[in-house]
Ligand binder design. Sequence first.
Ligand SMILES: NC(=O)c1ccc[n+]([C@@H]2O[C@H](COP(=O)([O-])OP(=O)(O)OC[C@H]3O[C@@H](n4cnc5c(N)ncnc54)[C@H](OP(=O)(O)O)[C@@H]3O)[C@@H](O)[C@H]2O)c1
Length: 337
Amino acid sequence: MKRVVYARRGGLEAIEIVEEEDPTPTADQVRIEVHRAGINFADLMMRQGLYGAAPDFPFTPGYEVSGIVREVGENVEDFAVGDRVVAFSGFGGYAEQVVVDTKQVWPLPESISFDAAAAMPVTYLTAHHMLVYLGNFKPGDSILVHHAAGGVGTATAQLARALEAGSVYGTASANKAEFVESQGMIHIPRGEDFAKRIKSEIGGVHHALDPVGGKHIMDSYRALRNGGRLYVFGASSAVKGPKRSMLKALKMWWDTPRFDPIRMMNSNKSVYGIHMGMWKDEDVVRKQMVSLAKMLELGHIDPVIDSVYRFEDVAAAQQHIHDRGNRGKVLLDFSPK
Ligand SMILES: NC(=O)c1ccc[n+]([C@@H]2O[C@H](COP(=O)([O-])OP(=O)(O)OC[C@H]3O[C@@H](n4cnc5c(N)ncnc54)[C@H](OP(=O)(O)O)[C@@H]3O)[C@@H](O)[C@H]2O)c1
């Protein structure tokens, strides 16, 4: 089987494809023939050595896959060879075959495509975890989300609709206005003073989802209403392009605000830090995945796929995201030819 490897820290030239024996599942694992693997922005940051939770180089990225079970470990009862499944692969999902603990695997009904399944786990879980699990989301609540046209952005817009949200503001590059509006969000071009506009239009949002980091965090905090919640869940402003820019990364850290709890108390605003890759309580994740799977089956959510690249073209796929070209999720096709 073939798998994608980040041979070393670097730009797109650090990506290699290696060939090796298929992995063997342990007693509680299944081996999945991968049909689709999701690309997440974090994968790009890992390649640049800007992602704290990544393994040492060389390693294979890839948090999520969909495919078909081809082998089961001796203790496995819930899955059989031939089952269609979706899984959290931890790392290592950019491969033709992966072995995964069955706790991280879910059955996939025939009605759900491999594309939709691989596009769902990270983005929807992250948005759901912030709004519903942490955020005590209520119908009518207003939301601000950045990178609104991307994976988490479009997932947030769909969850917002399913949860009967009030106004949903989405910042994104100016050329994505039409797409963002088509997803039911109010588009604010990247770089505009979104906090000022939101304050003047609705007095502030209940939930602000910030994956940008640096000084942007404080702008999102300013956009909250009394009682509002800010979720800090990324640091995309540390990234300049395919190659690592230490200056950009250091600036992001330098500009990161330090919050004063007394001022937060007086304004009734809360700040959460979220890293799903480091979330420890598996039950919380499973319960949310079950409810998301149900929403997917009922058609209440339907992941937006920007594009599917053959895995041999993984560098082009990541370049497309670096270029801010994606509208929705970018996937890799590992299905047998
Ligand atoms: N903490 C967690 O558990 C967690 C989980 C999932 C995702 N995240 C974070 O959420 C964010 C969105 O993730 P995603 O996977 O859904 O990605 P995505 O939004 O599809 O990422 C691509 C988009 O991000 C925007 N962007 C912002 N800064 C960029 C930069 N420096 N280079 C290229 N594009 C940039 C671009 O859109 P515009 O130009 O239109 O803004 C681009 O099209 C990322 O920061 C990611 O790390 C965190």
